[in-house]
Design a protein around this ligand. Sequence first.
Ligand code: TRP
Ligand code: ZN
Length: 899
Amino acid sequence: MREGTAPLIRREDYAPPAYWIRTVDLTFDLDPVKTMVINRMQVERNAALPPQPLRLHGEDITLTRVLVNNESVSFRHEDGMLVIDSLPDAPFTLEIRNTCCPEKNTQLSGLYTSGGGFFTQCEAEGFRRITYFLDRPDVMAVYTVTLRAAKKQYPVLLSNGNLVEQGEMMAGVYGPRHYAKWHDPFPKPSYLFALVAADLVTREQLIRTRSGKEHLLQVHVRRGDLEKTEHAMNSLIASVVWDEARFGLPLDLERFMIVAVGDFNMGAMENKGLNIFNTKYVLANPATATDVDYAGIESVVGHEYFHNWTGNRITCRDWFQLSLKEGLTVFRDQEFSMDMAGTPTARAVKRIEDVRTLRQVQFPEDAGSMAHPVRPDSYVEINNFYTATVYEKGSEVVRMMQTLVGRDGFARGITKYFERHDGQAVTCDDFAQAIADANPDSPLATLLPQFKRWYSQAGTPRVTARGRYDAPTRTYTLGIEQTALPSPRQPVKQAYVIPLAMGLVGRDGSALPLQLEGEAAPVGTERVLVLNEARSFFTFVNVDQEPVPSLLRGFSAPVVLNDHLADADLLTLLQHDSDAFNRWEAGQRLALNRLLAGVNGTGPAQLDDAFIEAMRSVLRHPGLDAAFKDLALTLPSEGYVAEQLTTVDPQRIHAVREGMLLQLAQALRADWEWAYEAHQVKGGYSPDPVSSGRRALANLSLAMLCRDAVARHDAVWPGRAYERFKDAGNMTDRLGSLVALVHAHSELAELALQRFHTLFKDEALVIDKWFALQVTAPEKDGRVFERAKILLKHPDFSLKNPNRARSLIAALCMNNPAAFHRADAAGYVFWAERILELDSINPQLAARLARVMDRWTQLAEPYRSAAAEALRRVAAKPDLSSDVAEIVNRALQQETTTP
Ligand code: TRP
Ligand code: ZN
């Protein structure tokens, strides 16, 4: 393990490797306690550089021998690397033999055991925990891999590429052994290497792609889970079809495999031809998975599959370029899910969900101690930079490119990118250049250097707009300013290129024709204004009435917009905007204004009739989709409210928001009753957008009805919720009913929780939900936090399994601010203790959970001082991992840089 003194790595220090590794021939004798690895490489000197020693990465492995051209050579260890000084000038073979201990690998990076099988995770720097190597993405090699293992325990032996040979071996101490040999014809960086050896069962499907070639698709899971693989397989088939149809990118392998594993640090991993997934993103049947799980599987299966081109065929030159593959691939999976959703409203719903995540996770990141550009300039631990900024903001940057060059232009750009760079390890600059070069007349091409500030500047830009209507001249002028606040290490920033999709809405709701000054005639009712200066003006002519501006439609840029719209304007947009995203946004803004006024004491902590009536008309609207209504009737989260404030009192936000929720529950009681009854889904389960939207709205309605009933000491709706919980035909309805009871603190909650546990005690992913839903209940007199402490001792709880650890710790500390931020600091003590425990087991996961404290300087007293103390306690651990050290040190550094 790397400890807290690890050095800072800088982007500007990039240098090409001194050697190339052309081929790798790996042989594994798999054993949980001592696995033997033979690694034979074809190596050659990088002729572009002066001769120098070969320095190989290696971590937590035991070296047994080193041969160059089959003869032993002298070597030394320096700075944790294996150094070989005198090497031939001509290409040579290097053979390394070493051992490792998969069973003791609780970090889940490198080769580890899970559920009695062997699995690997090599991104970003896990390959060095398997063997000595140039473990960097710009060294690409062709791999041949032989796996040997006990046949009974590990009947399935998998690695990247194609199976070339398999057979029996002489029996070992643990009975008969067998082997399998795999060959991957595509040169790849070490982070894409994978192996699996386990007792698995397989769902298979042959598909024929456009070229007429046949491909074998496989989903491998543990015995007993086969009936939960249908949705993952369907999602994989849909992904293959989509990438070929939308971008002309076909499947390039004879065989494409997905493997599910119960212990996994992240969502999934795109290893060439052998994607390894967290079970959460593979396993689903109607009885155990919710609509949200089904959607998550579709998008993650898509994401990993799409990496085959954007990530694997073209990879990153260095880890600073991570967004090259991640931002682009998130963009692709978002587009895939939107195309799969079908109808315009279903597409908008997906966009709203994505923007909600961006704002709730990435915006705070960009304003806190871990703020960094989409292409970071430095890091201590690269694992800490698999962030919402690199992924989600990176995707927004790609989306803006598409907006600036058009959908077809973007597809042409992608084609150019592959013409130029297929098989290479490249940079974010190379990507942007290809898209621009394919669209030479676009604003992207003319403004490219400026546009690329999105890659280099951290922080969320603010855009302020003011409109002025001049009735005599029938002109409407929009004045728009952009500002970028300073962030750590970036005190001064320059103007961005911001595509601002917009329209003008009449008071009667009509979409007004748009004609800019100097244009001969109106062009449509929606367009993209390109902002590239600190201040821009746009004058529209022939405007018959004072319009309401509808700006940043579809969230066309990752900015905070202040358009100075009054309630009356927002109500117009909520009712009439042709852009569904902005319609939702108008409702959220109305709600946010009220929440903020209540919290700040500048207005009543109560909802007014106008707002309640607006919500009622959305709920009752005959023309809106249920999924949209569900989103529109959900108040902005406590975390999002906190983001708008300079000083945060989490308890105050909670009290105000809870009060408004109860009011909404009471005032709309009859409407919630109607909505609940009217949105029941009859018949067999299907996770399609229409059915899942109806279920979501029915569940929201039920939660509101239970909340209202518990406040009135009325047992009717909780009783109904309990019946629905018992008899539900699918997990979405069952969990929705259980959440309604538990989150309303109904007396029936205990009984329901016990019953749920008994029913699903053998379903790990469902037990995760059971933990999470209890600790995310709205805090009331400290009882939720008390429960979290008790659950920590539950026999089913374990810090060793990442999903389980997250289901309790992340759920409490990240998703339940009022339970976590306590005036008595007990939440912070709880956090510090868990981080310290987890640091020794799984530093990557510990570092992720440590990020809860990113925004601590924003807290009001007494929270602020208590948070600082907890951070210092963690920072003081003697052998703290470099992962956690980087997070807490950056958090503590803020103390001196913020007022
Ligand atoms: N490349 C993976 C993805 O986004 C992310 C990933 C999976 C990962 N496992 C990891 C990153 C472990 C760092 C460490 O699809
Ligand atoms: Zn990815």
